[in-house]
Design a protein around this ligand. Structure first.
Ligand code: SAM
Length: 225
């Protein structure tokens, strides 16, 4: 049984594709996809020995060794053109790391589908996608415990995104779902506290005060759109 976050990621993966899950740790996602019959073959890539062992252990325990290949590599170096990978999943990492992983092996792409779940810096991931021949086709938010996660699905294509699209997500900001609202209300409160502290410290003329208050205004504007 997958966590709600990983289950949401898995559900966004196109069926009948060859998948690579980069930074897979336990290989739970790949195992789930193969067991569900959603994909025939999966490559799981791991940069570290511990997580790679976790992955190998799961695959061996489930007897899926002929369908899931666990490889030790940095990012997409786990994959070669000959593998014919169609969908790449990169989940549970910072957005800047995801962007680096995609960028380091650009020549392998474009892949027919990217399913990305950046924990932070979602704007940087979106910007990378549109600058590198991908269009975002779907976005989803999922709640797990205290956390709210964004999942971004992209396919080869052209797309122009505004600054608001990059920050809030082109689909998410239009849908204004309840997890989206919670995330940004939470962020707004956090930034408001920063403003209150700066004010108490007599720092309203500090450029930082202006910067943060612009962010708060932007959030208010997007939430009331
Ligand atoms: N993808 C799983 C998930 O979403 O639950 C595991 C996420 S885990 C927090 C991040 C994993 O990414 C770690 O196991 C780490 O070793 C791996 N990782 C970090 N940088 C990597 C890289 N450059 N290439 C491959 N794996 C990497």
């Amino acid at each position: 049984k997958l966590s709600p976050r990983l289950e949401a990621v898995a559900n966004l993966v196109d069926a009948k594709k060859r998948v690579a899950d980069i930074g897979s740790d336990h290989a739970y996602l790949a195992t789930y996809l193969v067991e569900q019959g959603k994909v025939a073959q999966a490559i799981v890539g791991e940069v570290a020995f511990g997580p790679l062992d976790n992955a190998k252990h799961t695959v061996a325990t489930q007897g899926l060794g002929s369908q899931i290949d666990c490889r030790l590599a940095d990012g997409l170096a786990a994959v070669s053109k000959e593998d014919g990978v169609e969908t790449v999943v990169i989940a549970g990492m910072g957005g800047l790391l995801i962007k680096k992983i995609l960028n380091d092996q650009k020549q392998l792409g474009p892949f027919s589908q990217l399913v990305l779940q950046p924990n932070t810096d979602q704007d940087a991931v979106r910007a990378w996608l549109v600058e590198n021949g991908y269009a975002i086709v779907k976005e989803q938010m999922v709640e797990e415990g205290e956390h709210r996660y964004e999942i971004i699905v992209a396919e080869p294509g052209k797309q122009t995104l505004s600054a608001d699209d990059l920050t809030f997500g082109p689909f998410l900001r239009k849908e204004q779902g309840h997890i989206f609202l919670q995330k940004w209300q939470h962020e707004q409160k956090r930034l408001q506290l920063v403003l209150d502290r700066l004010k108490e410290a007599g720092q309203v003329d500090n450029p930082k005060y202006h910067q943060v208050s612009e962010k708060v205004k932007k959030i208010q504007e997007v939430l009331s759109a």
